[in-house]
Design a protein around this ligand. Structure first.
Ligand SMILES: Cc1cc2nc3c(=O)[nH]c(=O)nc-3n(C[C@H](O)[C@H](O)[C@H](O)COP(=O)(O)OP(=O)(O)OC[C@H]3O[C@@H](n4cnc5c(N)ncnc54)[C@H](O)[C@@H]3O)c2cc1C
Length: 401
C-alpha cells in the first residue's frame, strides 16, 4: 500500500470530535471550557511552553467576572498570584499620577505567575471533559464536512473535527491558510528583561509602573516569587537590528527614565533581552466556513491597555456561540465577524485617546505615528467561504503625521 493510501486510511479511521481547538493559551482554554459545558466534544492541542517565562502577566481586577463564569475564581485565588495595588504613571507630564486599586469596584488587579495560570486553565478544561493534548498542529485540511488535522508531538495523531477554533495567538495558524490576512496598525515591539528584586516583605510596592519617553514607553511590574519584568515598547524599525545593539539601546534608554529606573534599582540577575511583537491588528475575516479565530488570533491590542489576556478570555463565549452549530450558519459567522470588527474599532478609538494624552515629543517618530485615530479599510468579506489571500497590511491613519 502506498504512503498516500495509508494516510487516507489513517484519516478515515481517526476519531472525530465536534471542535478542535489550536492553542492552550487563555483564549484556547476558555473557548474549550465554554464548548465542553455546552455538551460539545472538544480536543485542545497545546504546544508545550518554550524556554523562559511568557510575556504578558498583569491582568485587571475586572477579570474576576470572566474567571467566575468559567468556575475558575477559587482556583485562581489559590494559585498565589500577586495582588496589584494599582498603577503609577508618568504619561503626558513629569508629575507621576496614580490609579489606586482601592477605587476599582472589582478590587485589585493581579500580577500573574503566567505558567501556573495557564496550567490551571488547562486543568479546568480537562475537568470539563476536554481532551487536552500536548503537541503542535501541523496541517488542517478541509474534508467536506469538517477537517482532518495532523498533530505532531509526544503522541502524534490525526484528528477529524467538524470545526476548528484557531486560538494559536497572533500566528493565526489556520486562518492564514484560509485566505485571512491581518490588518496591522503599527510595528510595536516589546523588549523585555526579567530580574530578581530585593525582598521588601510586606512593604514591597506592587503597583505597575508606566512611563512615557521620547522613544516609546516602559512598564515595570513585580511578579510572584520576588521577580520583576521591565519592558520597553517602541517600533521595530526604530531599533538596532542586532541583539547586542538592542540590549545597549534598552540599557541606555532605561537610564533616561525616572520611575522605571528607580523601580528597578536594586534588582539583580537581569535575564537576556527578549523581543516580542506587540502590534495592534485585526484578522480579516476572523472566521469562515467551519473555522473561527479567537483571542489574539482574531485581534491584538497594545499592551498599554493591559487587557490582552482578559479580552482573549472574554471573547470565548461569542466564539463558542458559532462553534456549537452542527452546520455552518452564515448569519452567525457574519455576526461574529461584525462583533470582532466593532470591538476592535472601539479599542482603536480608546488607543487614540490614551496616546493623545502624551504631547511632549511632537517630533518623535514613535509619537507622531500615534497621533490621530486609525481607521480600518473596507469591511471583511462575508465569511461563509474562503476569500483571496489578503496579505498582512497596515491600516490607514486618519490625522497621522
Ligand atoms: C510584550 C508583551 C506584553 C504583554 N503584557 C500583557 C499584560 O501585561 N497583560 C495582558 O493582559 N496582556 C498582555 N499582553 C498580551 C497577552 O499576552 C495576549 O493578549 C494573550 O496572551 C492572548 O492570549 P491567546 O490565548 O489569544 O494567545 P497566546 O497566549 O499567544 O496563546 C496561543 C497559544 O497557541 C500556541 N500555538 C501556536 N501555534 C500552535 C500550533 N500550531 N499548535 C498548537 N499550539 C499552537 C502557542 O504556543 C500559545 O501557547 C502582552 C503581550 C506582549 C507581546
Amino acid at each position: 500500500m502506498s504512503g498516500r493510501d495509508s494516510a487516507h486510511r489513517d484519516a478515515a479511521a481517526a476519531p472525530r470530535v465536534d471542535v478542535l481547538v489550536i492553542g492552550g493559551g487563555p483564549a484556547g482554554a476558555a473557548t474549550s471550557v465554554a464548548l465542553a459545558r455546552r455538551g460539545r466534544s472538544v480536543t485542545l492541542v497545546a504546544r508545550p511552553p518554550g524556554r523562559g517565562p511568557r510575556l504578558g502577566e498583569t491582568v485587571p481586577a475586572g477579570i474576576v467576572t470572566t474567571l467566575a463564569r468559567l468556575g475558575l475564581w477559587r482556583a485562581f485565588l489559590a494559585d498565589g498570584h500577586l495582588p496589584s495595588a494599582g498603577t503609577v504613571a508618568c504619561w503626558g507630564g513629569l508629575t507621576p499620577f496614580e490609579r489606586d486599586a482601592l477605587f476599582d469596584p472589582y478590587g485589585c488587579g493581579w500580577h500573574l505567575d503566567r505558567a501556573r495560570f495557564e496550567a490551571t486553565l488547562l486543568a479546568t478544561a480537562e475537568d470539563a471533559g476536554v481532551d487536552v493534548r500536548a503537541g503542535t498542529v501541523r496541517d488542517c485540511t478541509p474534508d467536506g464536512d469538517g477537517w482532518t488535522v495532523r498533530v505532531t508531538g509526544p503522541l502524534p495523531a490525526t484528528v477529524r473535527a467538524g470545526w476548528v477554533a484557531d486560538a494559536s495567538g497572533r500566528a493565526a495558524r489556520v486562518a492564514r491558510t484560509r485566505g485571512a490576512g491581518r490588518l496591522r496598525c503599527d510595528r510595536l515591539v516589546g523588549l523585555a528583561r526579567f530580574a530578581r528584586t530585593p525582598d521588601g516583605g510586606e512593604d514591597t510596592d506592587t503597583r505597575t509602573v508606566v512611563e512615557a519617553t521620547e522613544a516609546g514607553w516602559w512598564y515595570v511590574a513585580p511578579l510572584p516569587g520576588g521577580r520583576a519584568v521591565a519592558v520597553l515598547f517602541t517600533d521595530a524599525d526604530l531599533l538596532p537590528r542586532d541583539p547586542g545593539g538592542r540590549t545597549r539601546c534598552w540599557t541606555d534608554l532605561l537610564a533616561t527614565t525616572r520611575l522605571a529606573r528607580d523601580r528597578l534599582g536594586g534588582a539583580s540577575d537581569l535575564s537576556p533581552l527578549r523581543a516580542a511583537p506587540a502590534d495592534s491588528g485585526v484578522l480579516a475575516p476572523p472566521c469562515g466556513r467551519r473555522w473561527v479565530a479567537v483571542g489574539d488570533a482574531a485581534q491584538t491590542w497594545d499592551p498599554l491597555s493591559g487587557r490582552g489576556i482578559a479580552t482573549a478570555m472574554a471573547s470565548a463565549p461569542a466564539a463558542a456561540e458559532v462553534l456549537v452549530a452542527r452546520h455552518p450558519d452564515t448569519v452567525a459567522l457574519d455576526c461574529y465577524a461584525r462583533q470582532v470588527r466593532d470591538v476592535f474599532g472601539a479599542y482603536l478609538r480608546e488607543r487614540a485617546v490614551q496616546y493623545g494624552r502624551e504631547r511632549r515629543w511632537v517630533h518623535s517618530p514613535f509619537w507622531q505615528r500615534r497621533a490621530g485615530v486609525l481607521r480600518l479599510g473596507a469591511p471583511p468579506r462575508s465569511t461563509g467561504r474562503t476569500g483571496p489571500s489578503a496579505r498582512s497590511s497596515t491600516a490607514g491613519a486618519e490625522g497621522a503625521a
